[in-house]
Design a binder for this molecule. Structure first.
Ligand code: SF4
Ligand code: FES
Length: 380
């Protein structure tokens, strides 16, 4: 009975899976565009999913035994497959329409502050709106606002950006001894809060930053110091007594700006060889910001469609520096290491080392003019 398999067909591609597998897990086995977007489901967190409805799919055939279609779209992260089930994801207009609607709902109260949000460039909601969002909003009312709340020395909470996916709550529940935050109140007033204003200082609490699909929880040690697409991710490890020590360093030049867990193609923290999840501890994340703290394994493989891949490892990817010279002529440095000549921050200041968020004083006063000059140079 244990090796029984169910056949499920998603967008005309058939795959065999074990009973109990959800539609989204089956779709991930197929991979590519048929995989529904997931804003709240996180395979490494027990009980997650069922909150955001971005993963809706159409079940056009229930099963071999009962081929009737399901009357409504279903949340693929919460619906398990049946033998002979047929599912439509991107081949259903109804599904695409529903994703548009869900995206619009998620954006109702979400501020459009991507230009100043540290999550920009790696934000699931940003990606979702590029793929399924409308160009303008139909919402005329004032957006929700919240009292600012300090939730500790390492983590910045921007409640206006929160989409109430509950991932951070599950993370705190499942990874730390005592959870000190949760979702308070109901409906429009729901908010992530520390209940009694307690700091979230547990050794594994930094992982809430990695699971947050938007910029509601960000790293205070990285805040406003760089844009993620200017940094270069490299995989590294250290012998850590507390966690797996397997991390991703986000570097600019030789400076380590940020340390995160390593994530897979679905934006989830990777699994270790023993099947456990490679969550990282606060010490690795917030306190090891020197290259000498780490054994560097090499550049992270970045999806070429990601904004993070822009301008990275041009040599390594193309393998032909000569061609780059041919293309950009006299100033190859501009493509290879843009920050070195972009004249953005004061040369005497190591942005990765300063306490707290970067401030306008840390940048050169004529930053925008300087940048424009560089852009002009590139286009010449
Ligand atoms: S803070 Fe982030 S992870 Fe937590 S519920 Fe809000 S969106 Fe989800
Ligand atoms: S990912 Fe399925 S409901 Fe959110």
């Amino acid at each position: 009975m244990s090796d029984q398999k169910f056949k499920v067909t998603i967008d005309n591609i058939t795959v065999e899976v074990a009973p109990g597998t959800t539609i989204v897990q089956a779709a991930r086995l197929i991979g590519g565009d048929v995989v529904p977007p997931t804003m709240c489901y996180y395979s490494k967190l027990e009980g997650s999913g069922g909150k955001c409805r971005t993963c809706l799919v159409e079940v056009s055939k229930g099963s071999e035994k009962d081929p009737r279609p399901m009357p409504k779209l279903v949340a693929s992260c919460r619906t398990t497959v049946m033998d002979g089930m047929e599912v439509k994801s991107i081949t259903s207009d109804k599904v695409l329409d529903a994703r548009k609607g869900v995206t619009e709902f998620l954006l109702l109260n979400h501020p459009l502050d991507c230009p100043v949000c540290d999550q920009a460039g790696e934000c699931d909601l940003q990606n979702l709106s590029y793929e399924h969002g409308a160009a303008s909003t139909r919402y005329d009312f004032k957006r929700r606002t919240f009292e600012k709340e300090d939730i500790g020395p390492y983590i910045q909470l921007h409640m206006t950006r929160c989409i109430l996916c509950y991932r951070c709550v599950y993370t705190a529940n499942q990874l730390t001894d005592k959870r000190e935050h949760g979702v308070l109140d109901r409906g429009d007033h729901s908010a992530i809060s520390t209940c009694i204003g307690k700091a979230l200082d547990n050794e594994f609490i930094g992982n809430v930053i990695d699971v947050c699909p938007v910029g509601a929880l960000t790293d205070k040690t990285f805040r406003f110091k760089n844009r993620v697409w200017f940094t270069k991710p490299v995989d590294a490890h250290r012998d850590c007594p507390t966690c797996s020590g397997r991390v991703r360093l986000w570097m600019r030049g030789d400076e380590v700006f940020r340390v995160t867990a390593r994530k897979d193609e679905y934006g989830e923290v990777e699994s270790l060889e023993n099947g456990k999840t490679a969550w990282i501890c606060n010490t690795c994340r917030f306190e090891k910001k020197e290259t000498k703290d780490w054994v560097i394994e090499g550049p992270t493989k970045v999806n070429r469609h990601s904004v993070i891949s822009q301008g990275h490892y041009v040599n390594a990817v193309n393998g032909q520096p000569k061609l780059i010279n041919d293309v950009i002529g006299k100033d190859p440095k501009l493509l290879l290491d843009i920050h070195k000549i972009s004249d953005v921050n004061r040369p005497e200041i190591d942005l990765s080392q300063i306490e707290g968020p970067a401030h306008s004083d840390d940048f050169l006063p004529n930053q925008s003019t300087g940048t424009m000059k560089q852009i002009g140079k590139l286009g010449e």
